[in-house]
Design a protein around this ligand. Structure first.
Ligand code: HPA
Length: 279
């Protein structure tokens, strides 16, 4: 539990000052590389890399395949900052830790946030390796990153969730996906704490309450970004199917292969979408 908001703000400012002391170009767009976006770095003109463990107060990644780097450079000729390695609540990080980098990216100058994740498909029209552009979410995580004293410097007490995912970017994302011939849906993402996967009864429940996909990330970061009124865009890669006629025992190799297959399409989609932004 964060003791007082003052401490958190000091920590955020120390992290920001440290990063700025490296003479990075001020980024306009922040990207959190989740599942299916690893290859995006190959599309980037990288100017500066800072390891998380060098940055004061930055959480350090634990999952081995997440190397933990903040990368500055250009994507589609736009100045971006990319988080390679993200923090999950199920790894034991607090909600304040999970969302700390989003606060830092805001003070570095980002105007929009882009994220990806892996998710189980609850909607019967979904297939493995399809993409789902998130148009809304249901937060079933047990904690919220905004509890405690409000950080007035960043936003108001009661964060509005009228447009958690930027309507116009959802629209543009779907249009780009269609032009690129990528199998893409839009839908509602349910966020659960994990790390266990869901029971059949839970999948049924999630489907009944209106979720199209389920996963264990993204929503804390989106909530904090919306607290700061940053427009957000997020995509799920459907890595396994969870509706009654398709649910199977989870096979991590199959999940990795499904994510891998979606990677080129998702990389193109995000690159094009960022290329089209001008605010
Ligand atoms: N449930 C929760 N999280 C997930 C799943 C799932 O089926 N697949 C990928 N992430």
């Amino acid at each position: 539990m964060e003791e007082v908001s003052g401490n958190l703000i000091e920590k955020i400012n120390e992290a920001v000052d440290f990063i700025k002391s490296h003479n990075v170009t001020s980024p306009r767009y922040g990207i959190v590389l989740g599942t299916g976006l690893g290859a995006l770095v190959n599309e980037m003109k990288i100017e500066k890399i800072i390891n998380y463990d060098e940055i004061p107060h930055f959480p350090v990644s634990t999952v081995e395949f997440h190397s933990g780097k903040l990368m500055f450079g250009r994507l589609a000729d736009k100045p971006v900052v990319v988080m390679q390695g993200r923090f999950h609540f199920y790894e034991g990080y607090s909600m304040k830790e999970v969302t700390f980098p989003i606060r830092v990216m805001k003070l570095l100058g980002i105007e929009k946030l882009f994220m990806s994740n892996a998710a189980g498909g609850l909607n019967e029209s979904f297939n493995i390796s399809d993409l789902m552009i998130i148009n809304d979410h249901i937060n079933l995580m047990t904690q919220n990153p905004l509890t405690g004293k409000n950080l007035d410097e960043f936003g108001g007490r009661f964060t509005d969730m009228y447009e958690p995912y930027d309507f116009s970017m959802v629209h543009s994302g779907l249009k780009i996906a269609k032009e690129l011939g990528i199998q893409t849906h839009e839908g509602v993402y349910a966020a659960v704490p994990g790390p266990n996967l869901e029971t059949r009864a839970e999948y049924r429940y999630l489907s009944i309450i209106g979720a199209d996909a389920v996963g264990m990330s993204t929503v804390p970061e989106i909530i904090v970004a919306r607290h700061m009124e940053i427009p957000c865009f997020a995509v799920s890669v459907i890595t396994d199917l969870c509706y009654p006629s398709a649910v199977e025992k989870i096979d991590i190799q199959k999940i990795i292969a499904a994510a891998h297959k979606a990677e080129p399409g998702l990389t193109k989609l995000i690159t094009r979408l960022i290329g089209e932004q001008d605010s």
